[in-house]
Design a protein around this ligand. Structure first.
Ligand SMILES: Nc1ncnc2c1ncn2[C@@H]1O[C@H](COP(=O)(O)OP(=O)(O)O)[C@@H](O)[C@H]1O
Ligand SMILES: [Mg+2]
Length: 368
């Protein structure tokens, strides 16, 4: 019998959002027929932290209006489900909340069983790529450099990696890698083609070298990234890559929230300075409600001798690691050398350790 299963870092289950007991009974029976357990939540507030990461979301017609009011971001593979004979099936609401289909039971039962079967954890359709996100505690903290370093290090270690630039004001993550001349799609071109992003097609279309693929901004006009584009990209990344690294903006938009929700681990980078800690306090307060695993990376130098563990304690977060000053790194970046590309130095070592820990956590949760 499928159960209500709280999942934080383990395999992702389809999410059912309804407070209609009869509808829930039907959906649990269909999920069992499709061979999967599901997570059940009764209202949008409870759904929020699972929303982006679930491989499939079923919203009962009773919760369509609350979903709309709660402004849950649009996402792929979301289905509005109702039972026949209960009046308006909600086509209009489906459109408004961005549902891909409206399934009316009992007619849609076989179709739903198939969807559950596709969404079973471990099936290749759901993807097993891990997602990490990096955010700066203040401007110029070193978040983009850490994101680049993690992606370069993961690729050197044999992981098929997607590096996603989610910061429209960051200047372009392709520049951090020295990849600005590389051919391939950037966000503006990708988001013109709305909707589902197919993993192999995405990977082929983006600038890449070896096993590292980058989705970055170009130097054109500024625009905000649609949440759907981010959701589709993360989905494609999880299916087609071993690791997705997202470089987040400090001002959270819909896309950033989706990435935070999808992330297995989020790092906030904070320089070891009092004012940086004050700024980071705000960033952490805005970030924490959207993610399950947030830890801090403290970057030196510490002009006032502030200790890394004091920074972590002030932010009430676990300390993921520290970065000693690495003056050669700034020079290398100016010359177009990707961070951590030599595999040596404080940044490369930290990235190696963080990736190993991520791997260990995944093994412990049984999803490696
Ligand atoms: N680990 C590091 N060691 C030395 N300098 C760094 C490091 N990380 C960042 N920097 C310097 O700080 C600048 C800003 O870093 P960046 O990653 O772009 O910050 P953020 O994305 O947090 O705004 C870089 O251009 C580089 O000169
Ligand atoms: Mg940045």
């Amino acid at each position: 019998m499928p159960r209500r299963t709280p999942v934080h870092t383990g395999p992702r289950l389809p999410l059912v959002l309804t407070s209609d007991g009869d509808l829930l009974d039907d959906l649990l029976r269909l999920a069992a027929a499709g061979g999967t357990e599901v997570e059940v939540v009764a209202d949008p507030a409870a759904a929020r932290s699972r929303w982006a990461a679930a491989p499939l979301v079923l919203v009962g017609t009773d919760q369509a209006q609350p979903c709309l009011r709660a402004r849950l971001p649009r996402r792929p593979r979301m289905v509005l489900v109702g039972r026949s004979g209960l009046g308006d099936p909600g086509w209009e609401l489906a459109e408004l909340i961005g549902a891909e289909h409206v399934a009316i039971l009992p007619a849609a039962e076989p179709w739903l069983v198939d969807r559950f079967a596709e969404g079973t954890p471990g099936a290749t359709a759901t993807g097993t790529g891990r997602v990490v996100a990096v955010i700066g505690g203040r401007g110029g903290a070193g978040a983009s450099v850490l994101a680049g370093g993690l992606a370069v290090t993961a690729t050197r270690g044999g992981l098929r990696t997607l590096l996603v630039d989610a910061d429209p004001l960051g200047g372009g993550l392709d520049l951090v890698l020295g990849w600005e001349q590389l051919e391939g799609l950037r966000w503006p071109a990708l988001t013109e083609a709305d909707g589902r992003v197919d993993a192999p097609a995405l990977v082929r279309a983006l600038p890449s070298r070896g096993d590292l693929v980058v989705l970055s901004w170009d130097r054109g006009a500024l625009f905000s990234l649609p949440g759907e584009a981010m959701a589709a990209t993360l989905d494609a990344g999880r299916r087609g890559r071993d690791l997705v690294v997202v470089d987040l903006p400090r001002q959270l938009d819909d896309s950033a929230v989706i990435a935070l929700q999808a992330a297995d681990q989020v790092y906030v980078v904070v320089p070891a300075e009092l004012r940086a800690v004050a700024a980071a306090t705000r960033v952490v307060a805005a970030t924490l409600p959207h993610c399950t695993e947030l830890s801090v990376v403290v970057r030196g130098p510490a002009p006032g001798r502030l200790k890394a563990r004091e920074v972590a304690r002030a932010l009430h977060l676990p300390l993921a690691g520290t970065l000693r000053p690495e003056p050669g790194l700034g020079r290398g970046l100016e010359r177009g050398e990707a961070p951590a590309s030599t595999g040596k130095g404080p940044l490369a070592s930290l990235c190696q350790r963080l990736l190993t820990e991520l791997d260990d956590n995944a093994s412990a949760a049984g999803v490696a």
